[in-house]
Structures are given as C-alpha cells and as structure tokens.
Design a protein around this ligand. Structure first.
Ligand code: SF4
Length: 701
C-alpha cells in the first residue's frame, strides 16, 4: 500500500479560487479539505470542491475519442479522429468559406489556463469570425462597459469588499457564487466583517437570496428594472449635490452628459415600475454618497437581462460620481501577476461593435457574436450560414437561451466536433468527441480570475495525477487541431512555458515572481490588498474615463419605452421569471456527482405565497410553467422570499435527454430553464442573453 500524500491546489470549478488540501494515496483521493494557508481563500471551500474526486473517478467520463456511426458511438484512435476532423472541416470551408465553421466555448475554458493560452492558435487555424461563448450568456455587459469607459474589456473594476464601509449589491448572490466578476472566496465571512466594522450591506433583488439573508437590509425590486433604479440613484446623487469625483476630477469626461441623461429619471418617476418607493431610493443614494467608502456591485440579475449594458455602465457611473472609484473601499482594479492588459496599448481600436451578426444584426463584442444568435445562424440558409461547429467544454443546449432549439440546430449540422469530458445534451450531436483530461490531471493557474480578484495573490498548482485513460489535455488537443488544419508541425510551446514568459514580464517581476517561486510556494503568495492603479489599467487614448459613451446615451430611449409599456407586457404572461444559483451545483456539469445531487429535488419553481394561494398552488405540487417558447412541468416551492409576480427557477438542470451518458445526473434531472427562455430576448446593446425577466405563466396541474 503506497503512503498517503498531501497535495495543495486551487479548485477549478468556479471563480472563487479556493485553496484545497487534497490527501491521496496512489491515484485515489482520500479527502479534500480547505487549505488553511491559502492567502486568498483563507480556509474557505464549498461542497462542490469535495466532488472533484467524483468527477475524477466518474465512470461516465470519456476516456477515448468517440465517433458517431449509424450503429452508435465507436471508440477510435486519436489519429483517426484528427484525420476525420481535418478532412471534413477543410471540405466544408473549401465549399462555403471559413465562416461556415463556428466555435463555441463553455465556461470551463476560463478555468483552464492551457486553453486560455492555446485557443488563439486554434482560432487562427480555423479562421472563422463565427465565434461564440458562454460570456454572452453571463458577463458580457461588464466587458462592454469596461471597453467603452476604460478602453479595454478586461479592465474590470471589482469591489474592495475587505475595506468598504457600504456595499450595495444589485442582482448578485455572492454568498452562493463566492463572487462572480468579483473573485472573493468566503463571501459570507467578508460580509459579516463589513457589518462588524460598522458598515452596511444592502441587497437589491426580486428574491430574498442567501446573501440578502445575512445582509443589513434587503430591498425587493422587480426584474429588469435595475437600470431605472440606478438612474434614479444617480439622479438623486446629482440633484442633491452629493456628486464628487475626488481624485479623479481631472480624468473623468462626460459628467455633464450624465447629468442631462439622468435628469429624466427622478425616483418619483420610476418608483412604481421599479417596485421601490421614491423615498427609499433617495435614502439609499444618500447613504451610499455619504459613507466613508462605498461600492455598488451588480451581477447576474443586472447583467443577464434586456438592459444589462445600461446596468453595468450605470453601476460604474454610480461608483465614480460618489467618489468611490480607484480608491480603498470602493471599486478598484486588481493587478494580477500575469497581466492580460499589459500588452494592450492605450487607444488601440477594439473588436467591440466591429461587425454585426448575419441574421439578426447583433453586435460583435469581445471578439465574438452573442450565443443567443447561434441557432439561427445555423438554421437560416444563405451566404455565411454556419454548417459545422466545434464546441469546447460547453453544454449550450442546457445553458444557452432557447436551448432546445439550439439542440435542433446542432442536429442539422453537416459536421460537429466536441471537446468534452461527457457525452451530454450538446456533445450527443457531435460526429467526433475528443475527451480532455480532468482538472486534477492538469496544472492550474487562474489567468482570468486573478484579474477579477478582491486581493492580489498568485498561485500555481501542478497536476495531482498523471492521466490514466486515452485522453489528451485540452491544450494538446487545441494544438493538434491547429496543426492538422494548417498542415504545419506543432512547436514545442507548453502552457508552463507561456506562463513563465508572462510572469517574468509581469508587474511583479521585480519581486522575483516566476514559475519556480510559485512551485516553491504551493499555498500561493500574497501580493497585498488592491491599490489605486487607474493610470496603469486604463487603456483609453488620453487616459481619461469616458463617463458617458454615446452608445449608452442612445439606449436610454429604449429604456423609457420599456418603462412606459410595463403594464401591457404582463397581460398574456403575468409572471417574470428569474434564474437561481444553487450552492451544490455549478452550471450544467456538476450534476454527475451523487454527493451533490442526492436528497430533495432542488430544481423547483419558487413562487410567492400570495400568488400561490390565488392560483391554488401548494408547496410540493407539480405545476406547469409556460413561456412563448415552451413549457415545463416541475415542483412548486412556495415562499415569502420572492416578490409577488416573480418566479424563480435554477439554471443548469435538465439532464433528461435520451442518448446522453451522465447517469448520476439522470437520476435527478430537473428541467432546463432554457426550455422557457427565448433566444430572441437579448440586451441589444451588448448582445447578452436576457434570461431574467422572461415572461411566463404558471398554473397548477
Ligand atoms: S466556491 Fe468555487 S472555487 Fe471554492 S470550493 Fe466551491 S466550487 Fe471550488
């Protein structure tokens, strides 16, 4: 029997970057516990981390390439797989052009630094403009706001949660997410610390979330009304003479335009539609403006809705005009050891808005088109139609808006390749599935999430296990695909080599941060709290913040029309649906762990107690939820924690399709919220999917 050893690494499941202490024997995991010495997560983990061993040992996980044949899936060799892919992709591109091949990236790509470093080679080899990702079903409005205001989509300000005196959280549930676009493991403790030091945390949300329960105050708001609320907050700050730019006075352009734009939105004019009385809005604005330090943090509910672009712009505006930007306790820029902004020169034209999608003319932002338009780009015939797809570590049939229709579109493709660890609702449509290795079998470095982290730290985790099956690492697959498609030999680059180059030219090179130093410090290295560093981060040509980009001012007319037509919209579908994130699941792929799905069905529709009484619905009863695109039958949960007229359904469920191979998930399938969401509902400014606010009707069976 081999000895029990200890391995330290960062959890790769979600954004929170929790440090893990893993005891193992041979290639068996014995235990997964928090790493108390990790300087970022400080001893925090969630139940999902323990399930890493389940995914590692999962018999459903693919371990050799698969080819779909008339008689079912056949295991094939890697060289056969690459030959098949090369021949078919080249055939389709020769006949229909490079853009006939689309690429979709799922969220796990952001947690795999090998992918992040080698995807550009792969993109170049495919040479298609038709790229899509989960970003446009999640956080695209954050990047769009940063692009237009600060000159770069990756210049993301995050709350200085550990020093703020006042935190206003709009549509976010960081107690469950542990911070999203605000990497902050252990949020419950950080929120309690704000309160313990005499500060205040206010949550604005249609649901009394887990975060709202431990906050100082929760205020209900109607879905998709956050932009109106933010405009009324800004109106109050300005009209009551509370605006102050502080040390940013000389570098903020556009304050007068913001003053004019918000003049039409006094709290009294929006209170009824928003569902918050005017005096409460004024009180919150005064509190935020007068706190010693304060920060507004807007997340999923504000981002994945019809006005996500406006919401994230206005969130930045509120932080800036209350004097809480690029200062301690406010919204600040992280300075990561591998700095994605470093090579972006000031004033460089960005990809944002450069093209429009073929069918619906949605904007090309962040070097991709919105995933909401993917199905129609496949299904609509004509010049530029997508006829083949690569999907890489993603399951958009369950995660994208109108997912059922996307499944039908994938089924009609001429050819499809998936890189994935599972045969799931998306990869079942592939001709070839290429199995990548598991997170414990690859080295880990958080390229993206250090850029959103509430404290500057750096950590590298070597692989825990050698791969045991016939898989390749994702980055090896990407390199091999690029090599086969271009007919050029692979070079000797590896993720570690590229990481070392990035660290040695990064902002901490003078402090000796390099790969060897990280390997010598397996718990990670603390680089200190966030510091004011606007001058270093901003990428506009003149180094100024653009407070009022025209694209946002132009979108206000749409918001006014929407507010004016509020009552009409609720005639046929009287409820507004919002999503819900659960502590024991993450996106679509963690449901194949028995320890995470066991117990009571978590995939319920949450309905307000008075609405339920009026409709004759009781807790535990099966109900039908209908939208313009489909209907589902599911269990009702009745609660006072949700606003009247709103229902909430968790995202990421619905593993109930035939011909997939996620056997544990199939025992507790739930339903897919994306049977109900409509790919036609987007925020036209950013192109992000508008999940929240989907009009639905609900009735008892
Ligand atoms: S919060 Fe996220 S990173 Fe932390 S342990 Fe859970 S899944 Fe892993």
């Amino acid at each position: 029997m081999s000895e029990i050893k200890t391995h330290y690494r960062t959890c790769n499941i979600c954004e929170a970057m929790c440090g893990l202490e893993i005891k193992y024997q041979g290639n068996e995991v014995i235990s997964i516990k928090p790493d108390q010495e990790d300087p970022f997560s400080r001893g925090h983990i969630c139940p999902k981390a323990v399930a890493l061993q389940d995914f590692y040992h999962d018999p459903d996980r693919l371990r050799t390439p698969l080819k779909r044949t008339a008689t079912g899936w056949e295991e094939i060799r890697w060289d056969e797989a690459f030959a098949d892919i090369t021949a078919n992709i080249k055939r389709i591109q020769a006949e229909h052009g490079n853009d006939a091949v689309g690429i979709y990236l799922g969220n796990p790509n952001a947690h795999n630094f090998g992918n992040a470093l080698f995807l550009p080679h792969f993109f170049k080899a495919v040479g298609s403009r038709n790229r899509f990702s989960s970003a446009s079903a999640d956080q695209l409005p954050h990047h769009v706001a940063s692009n237009y205001m600060f000159g770069a989509g990756m210049a993301i300000p995050v709350p200085d949660i550990d020093r703020t005196d006042y935190m206003l959280i709009i549509g976010g549930n960081p107690v469950v997410s542990n911070g999203s676009m605000m990497t902050a493991a252990g949020v419950p403790g950080r929120i309690k610390d704000i309160k313990n030091r005499g500060g205040k945390v206010v949550v604005i949300d249609p649901r009394k979330t887990e975060t709202a329960r431990i906050a100082s105050e929760h205020v209900f708001i109607r879905p998709e009304k956050d932009a109106l609320f933010l405009l009324a907050m800004i109106n109050t700050v300005i009209s009551e003479g509370l605006a102050k730019l502080g040390h940013l006075e000389s570098v903020v352009d556009g304050l007068n335009e913001v003053k004019q734009a918000c003049a039409d939105f006094p709290p009294e004019s929006v209170a009824e539609v928003v569902g918050i009385n005017a005096e409460k809005i004024r009180q919150l604005a005064r509190e935020m403006a007068s706190a010693p330090s304060a920060v507004c943090y807007s997340r999923m509910g504000a981002s994945t809705q019809s006005f996500g672009g406006l919401c994230l712009w206005l969130t930045n505006v509120l932080n800036i005009i209350t004097g809480n930007f690029d200062r301690e306790g406010g919204a600040m820029f992280p300075l990561p050891a591998l700095d994605l902004l470093q090579r972006t020169p000031k004033g460089k034209p960005s990809s944002y808005g450069r093209f429009q999608s073929r069918v619906r003319q949605l904007p090309y932002n962040n070097s991709e088109f919105p995933v909401a338009t993917l199905a129609e780009e496949i299904l609509t015939e004509g010049e530029g139609q997508i006829r083949a797809m690569f999907t890489i570590a993603g399951n958009p049939v369950l995660s994208a808006p109108g997912g059922d229709n996307l499944g039908k579109a994938f089924a009609q493709l001429d050819y499809m390749v998936s890189v994935d660890i599972y045969l799931n609702e998306t990869t079942q449509h592939a001709n070839i599935i290429l199995p990548a290795t598991h997170g414990l079998e690859v080295a880990h470095y958080d390229i993206f999430f250090n850029s959103f982290a509430v404290r500057n730290t750096v950590k590298f985790s070597p692989p825990l296990f050698e791969k045991t099956g016939n898989q390749m690492h994702d980055w090896q697959i990407l390199k091999a695909l690029a090599s086969h498609l271009t007919g050029t030999p692979e070079d000797g680059s590896t993720p570690e080599l590229l990481l070392e180059m990035g660290l040695q030219t990064g902002p901490y090179k003078d402090q000796g941060i390099n790969l060897q130093k990280l390997k010598d410090n397996p718990h990670g290295i603390d680089l200190g709290p966030l510091k004011p560093c606007l001058e270093n981060r901003i990428r506009t040509a003149d180094g100024h913040i653009q407070l009022a980009p025209q694209i946002y001012l132009d979108d206000l007319a749409r918001l006014k029309d929407y507010a004016a037509s509020d009552a009409e919209r609720r005639m046929e579908y009287p409820f507004e649906m919002i999503g819900r994130r659960l502590a024991r699941s993450h996106n679509t792929w963690t449901q194949n762990s028995q320890r995470l799905v066991k117990g009571r069905n978590p995939c319920t529709v949450l309905i307000n107690v008075e609405d339920a009484e009026r409709l004759g619905i009781t807790k535990g009863q099966t109900v039908v939820v209908r939208s313009a695109t489909g209907h589902v039958e599911m269990e009702a949960d009745v609660s006072e924690d949700i606003l009247q007229g709103v229902v909430s359904i968790p995202q990421g469920w619905g593993h109930n399709r035939k011909d997939t191979r996620m056997t544990v998930a199939a025992t507790q399938p739930g339903i897919s919220i994306n049977t109900l969401t409509d790919a036609g509902r987007v925020d036209p400014l950013s192109g992000n999917a508008a999940f929240n606010g989907t009009p639905v009707a609900i009735e008892a069976i």
